[in-house]
Design a protein around this ligand. Structure first.
Ligand code: DX5
Ligand code: ZN
Length: 232
């Protein structure tokens, strides 16, 4: 389903559940579990075996994800400008492209305006935040990768804490969502939330092949506690 920047900011911090380690042959029932836990945002890692070594899923899978979820599409693909339309048509609620993947990040944001999709730009851990400065008035979401893209289950890079603080400064009082993706586990979700992330991606810590429902409930409880703390 569609979502507005305002709705995401009002719900901050919230979880976007990464499905890369879910059982993709049983995706419907895997999604039903996180829905039961109260998750509303699903993070789809799209990799094209060019920008990223792996090849994952694309518009046909995004299309069949139930519309009760906000479909948060993280495009780790080359030349996204020529491909984003298919993701809009597949029902994306959020589309985030890497600044490293396109020569035309500004044109990309322009192409996504008036689509009703929340427009995001992602940064690899080695990319300076300054890349965002010329785009800041045209983007709606910044996604900081806390790992190098390509695989689930990596360790949260410690430099990310500083980058979250710097991104917060860059955002100032603008209505921009700050997302953090990679290496978020039960042990560090509380810290990541209190550092000021609005949208926290968590994949393998939820879809661990054993206790998805409990994991999702735990992670959601943690962000709700932080939401209660910042809004009280
Ligand atoms: C990595 C992806 C991440 C990743 C998250 O390229 O962008 O979304 O799958 O997985 P975990 O939560 O396991 O680090
Ligand atoms: Zn991702």
């Amino acid at each position: 389903m569609k979502v507005t920047v305002r709705q995401l900011l009002d719900a901050s911090p919230t979880i976007s559940v990464g499905i890369l380690t879910a059982d993709l042959l049983r995706l419907g029932s895997e999604l039903a579990i996180i829905e039961q836990a109260g998750a509303t945002v699903v993070h789809v890692d799209v990799m094209d075996a060019v920008f990223c070594p792996q090849l994952t899923v694309g518009p046909p899978i995004i299309k069949v994800i139930p519309d009760c979820f906000v479909k948060d599409c993280h495009l780790m693909i080359d030349d996204p400008l020529s491909k984003v339309e298919a993701y809009v048509a597949a029902g994306a609620g959020i589309i985030t492209c890497h600044v490293e993947s396109t020569r035309h990040p500004h044109r990309l944001l322009q192409a996504l305006s008036d689509t009703g999709v929340v427009r995001g730009i992602a940064l690899n851990p080695g990319t300076p935040l300054e890349m965002l400065a010329p785009l800041i008035n045209d983007l709606e979401l910044i996604l900081l990768l806390a790992i190098n893209p390509g695989w689930s289950g990596q360790t949260f890079l410690p430099g990310t804490e500083r980058r979250i603080a710097d991104a917060r400064k860059l955002i100032g009082n603008r209505d921009i969502i700050l997302g953090v993706d990679g290496g978020v586990t039960k042990s560090n979700i509380g810290d990541v939330a209190s550092l000021g992330a609005d949208l926290i991606v968590s994949g393998s810590a939820i879809y661990d092949g054993a206790a998805t429902l409990d994991n999702a409930r735990f992670m959601l409880k943690k962000v709700r506690q932080e939401h209660a703390r910042v809004t009280s």
